[in-house]
Design a protein around this ligand. Structure first.
Ligand code: SF4
Length: 504
């Protein structure tokens, strides 16, 4: 689809308009200046006339000559600077653009004009500002064109989060920790995580673990010295259980020695994502160190699918390892499922749900397949046949109905660009078994310090809430060469962040 926009000179409009266009068309070309043979012409008008911003869009289908018009008016109190005003104007322009595109395509965008990753943050912000739930819901609908159904989902999620973590808005002076172990038995086709096939890399694994122990010791010392508590710890990757039981044992011992007050950390999760890495020895180690929560990820219960996406384990192995973990006392197990894997439709997904019923893990994360730029699947997109928008929506609805019928509640969600059907990933859980780390990462209420490969630290200023990111390298070699430098940089940032907050 080729779309020419009129009435917008400022280049800062291009990105939000492109993101919205992507919600409607898989392939498109847009321009605010000129374009040969456009299919659509969208003429915008906007104005700030204190105290209102008004915007109007007229979309003309140049093939049929049909047109569609959208109008919007929003009161806007005095603003501090041009940037703030432009942000509001951009929202007003995006608003009318979504209106006319919905009319033209007959597609209702469930998330309206939102293209961001964390819609629930909007609702938390309103609650923190003291807006009543009714008014907040009305504003979400009117300002962002979110459907009632998605607003209800946001409401349920925010309620669950505040039930599980009643002091969520007061945790800014604590931190959570993410530890990235960048190894897996083999690489899956859709994967963009830092994950290197572990076989034949023992040298690299040893050096990596050396660096990781160093980071844990040094930052752990800083946390102790500054009396900063840890709320949650999450081992991800890669697959943290792809290292040996002895290596895991030493790592958790380091955690207990170096981190402050480990007994009072609210939750420690280890992703044991790939069932082919789980052994009785490793489960013993997890139990020994009181790891609360693990993840065993089937993704699908269809063997052909697992083969097609490069997961070299069997469906039986997932089930068998789940029972093994259960029998060995693991009582908080998460399982990840993916909607829209190649070759899968409603029937296959329903089958996966019916298999899940036999296991009833404490939590279930339902992802929708996303074509991330760096994955093998995206590079060879033609090779993989995936379901269309309507079928994806049906599967999503089935997941929502199924989880409800089986006693699960939604407790976090996030969205991604290029996600099939422009839907979302939802974490469901049996009430009381929600992952606190997942809530922390989604709602960005506190700093999360990343250790290891590909671990992105997110520093949230305890006073202003401003977020600064810092990423460790993705590949073990760069990490092994420079881990001391990365550790020092993070300590410098932490000093600034918490020093200011305490008035030091
Ligand atoms: S198991 Fe997870 S991290 Fe490892 S390759 Fe597969 S998707 Fe990537």
């Amino acid at each position: 689809m080729r779309i020419l926009f009129k009435g917008l000179e400022d280049e800062r409009f291009i990105r939000p308009l492109q993101l919205i266009t992507n919600l409607f068309f898989e392939e498109s070309e847009i321009s605010i200046t000129e374009l040969e043979n456009p299919d659509l012409l969208v003429d915008f008008q906007y104005e700030y006339n204190h105290p209102f911003i008004t915007s109007k869009a007229k979309l003309i289908d140049l093939k049929s000559g049909n047109d569609y018009v959208g109008n919007y008016r929003k009161d806007f109190p005095p603003f501090e600077n041009e940037k703030e005003l432009f942000k509001k104007i951009k929202q007003a322009v995006s608003h009318v653009y979504v209106m006319v595109m919905q009319d033209f395509t007959d597609i209702t965008q469930p998330w309206g004009m939102l293209t961001g990753v964390r819609p629930t943050k909007l609702l938390h912000k309103k609650i923190q500002e003291g807006v009543s739930p009714e008014v907040a819901h009305k504003q979400l609908k009117e300002d962002y064109l979110i459907t009632d159904e998605k607003i209800e989902l946001m409401r349920q999620i925010v309620d669950r989060q505040l039930t599980m973590v009643p002091d969520l808005y007061q945790l800014q002076n604590e931190v959570s920790i993410y530890i990235g172990i960048p190894f897996c038995p083999t690489k899956c086709a859709y994967c963009t995580f830092p994950a290197y096939a572990i076989n034949g890399r023992q040298g690299s694994v040893n050096s990596f673990l050396g660096g990781l122990h160093y980071e844990m010791r040094e930052i752990g010392r800083w946390l102790k010295e500054n009396k900063i508590k840890i709320t949650t710890v999450y081992y991800g990757g890669g697959t943290p259980t792809s290292i040996t039981a002895e290596e895991m044992d030493m790592l958790y011992e380091e955690m207990y020695q170096s981190f402050p007050d480990v007994q009072h950390i609210r939750e420690i999760t280890v992703e044991a994502g790939r069932p082919d890495t789980i052994t009785p020895d490793k489960l013993d180690v997890l139990k020994k160190w009181n790891i609360d929560r693990i993840s065993i990820n089937p993704q699908s219960y269809i063997q052909e699918t697992l083969k097609a996406i490069g997961r070299h384990h069997t469906v039986e192995e997932t089930i068998e390892k789940f029972h093994l973990a259960r029998n060995m006392g693991m009582n908080n197990i998460n399982m990840d499922l993916i909607i829209g894997l190649p070759g899968e439709g409603v029937e296959e997904f329903d089958y996966t749900l019916s298999e899940t019923e036999k296991l009833m893990p404490e939590s279930l994360t339902v992802h929708t397949l996303s074509f991330k730029r760096a994955s093998e699947m995206t590079r060879n997109k033609k090779k993989y046949k995936v379901a269309g928008r309507d079928e994806i929506t049906e599967m999503m609805n089935n997941a929502s109905t199924w989880t409800k019928e089986h006693g699960y509640v939604p407790y976090y969600l996030y969205r991604m660009k290029n996600i099939l059907g422009n839907l979302e990933n939802v974490g469901y859980s049996l009430p009381g078994q929600e992952s606190i780390y997942n809530i922390m990462i989604m709602e960005e209420m506190q700093t999360i310090i990343g250790f290891g490969c590909g671990a992105a630290s997110k520093f949230v200023d305890p006073v202003t809430g401003k977020i600064t990111q810092f990423a460790n390298p993705k590949d073990p070699k760069s990490y092994n060469d420079n881990f001391m430098e990365y550790t020092n940089k993070k300590i410098t940032i932490l000093n600034e962040l918490f020093g200011v907050a305490k008035g030091v």
